[in-house]
Design a protein around this ligand. Structure first.
Ligand SMILES: *Cc1c(COP(=O)(O)O)cnc(C)c1O
Length: 350
């Protein structure tokens, strides 16, 4: 009988490590949603959206904030406000704004990109300084630097604060805007025990995702100065992102910011535990340093990434081969300690 129950549970247990976007709202979030006070946000009458924007801006010590449906829209709105057609945007080769936003920098802003090969997605002030175009009619006008923290393709790597301070100095010297794609910024803040206010003081604009590790179904917040957010609000409307009773979603963001930030530590601990189990396997090559909730590890011959990914999938552990030789796993709030035990036991037995 026990065996049957165990087998049944085993079949039901799907462990989804493909992304931290796969989470479902927690009971607390659904309860908050039922009681949401809403209005038409295009008329600025949605109390809950206004409250979320105020909360985020205060948290980061920034003047204003704008609730957007996705992190992609937040980033693209910011880039549009910071640039003119023909300008050049500096970012890392692996940056989400370049790799995974459908060529939006070109199509939405008419700007081009200068790519830098960073260290696990992180740029240095020196490399940025070297990449700024001279004031020469032949050259595109460099106007914006985009950083990503944590870096997704860098395996959840975090910036050193001192490097960001140096980057801001370079930007000031050359009158460049500095935008942060902070889709997973809270993972970095928790991992490094850093304050949001400090980040707010270093960037002209910051976008954070509520729909990643914080567990909301949708939503992102863009922050900056009043004048920046005023322009951003207009562009958001142009992009089709002016929502109406968005408060039903915004309250989930408020709940997440108030209740689901500190628990990111748990995801980071789980990532360490799983990486430790992986490191003992003969198919595992290099594992990128696990700083937050992402594990990217290499598979060495004669094994292939797809072969190991398939084996894990057959045990109901979902993940991706992100290249012929690399697999990515992402921890999030739906991965309970019991699921982590299951993952580790499955890896051990592979
Ligand atoms: C997920 C992500 C975004 C935006 O994602 P949306 O799915 O559009 O909300 C932006 N930057 C990074 C680094 C991301 O991982």
């Amino acid at each position: 009988m026990n065996t049957i129950i165990f087998a049944f549970l085993f079949i039901l247990m799907i462990v989804d490590l493909r992304s931290d976007t796969v989470t479902r709202p927690t009971a607390g979030m659904l309860e908050a949603m039922m009681g949401a006070e809403v209005g038409d946000d295009v008329f600025r009458e949605d109390v809950s959206v206004n409250k979320l924007e105020l909360l985020a801006a205060e948290m980061f010590g920034m003047e204003a904030a704008l609730y957007c449906p996705t992190g992609t829209m937040s980033n693209q709105v910011a880039i549009r406000v910071h640039t003119q057609p023909g300008d050049e945007v500096i970012c890392d080769r692996s940056a989400h704004v370049y790799q995974y936003e459908g060529g939006g920098i070109a199509s939405n802003s008419g700007a081009q990109v200068k790519l830098i090969e960073g260290d696990r997605g992180r740029l240095t002030a020196e490399a940025i300084a070297f990449s700024i175009n001279p004031d020469d009619v032949h050259k595109a006008n460099t106007s914006l630097v985009c950083l990503e923290n944590t870096s997704n393709r860098g395996g959840g790597s975090c910036y050193d604060l001192i490097e960001i301070q140096n980057i801001r100095k370079i930007c000031d010297e050359h009158s460049l805007s500095l935008h942060l794609d902070g889709a997973r910024l809270f993972n970095a803040l928790v991992a490094r025990n850093e304050s949001p206010q400090l980040y707010g003081s270093l960037f002209h604009s910051i976008s954070v995702c509520l729909n990643k590790g914080l567990g909301c179904p949708i939503g992102s917040v863009l922050m900056g100065e009043d004048a920046f957010i005023k322009k951003a609000r207009r562009i958001r409307k142009v992009f089709g992102g002016g929502m109406r009773q968005a408060g039903y979603m915004a309250v989930l963001g408020i709940y997440a910011l108030q209740n689901q930030v500190e628990r990111l530590h748990e995801d980071h601990r789980h990532a360490q535990q799983i990486a430790a189990a992986l490191s003992k396997k003969e198919f595992t090559g290099a594992i990128l340093p696990v700083e937050t909730n992402i594990i990217i590890f290499s598979i060495i011959p004669p094994y292939s990434a797809e072969e190991i990914a398939q084996k894990l999938r057959s045990k109901n552990i979902l993940q991706f081969a992100i290249s012929p030789t690399q697999i990515r796993m992402v921890l999030h709030l739906d991965i309970t300690p019991a699921k982590v035990d299951y993952i580790i036991e499955t890896i051990n037995a592979l």
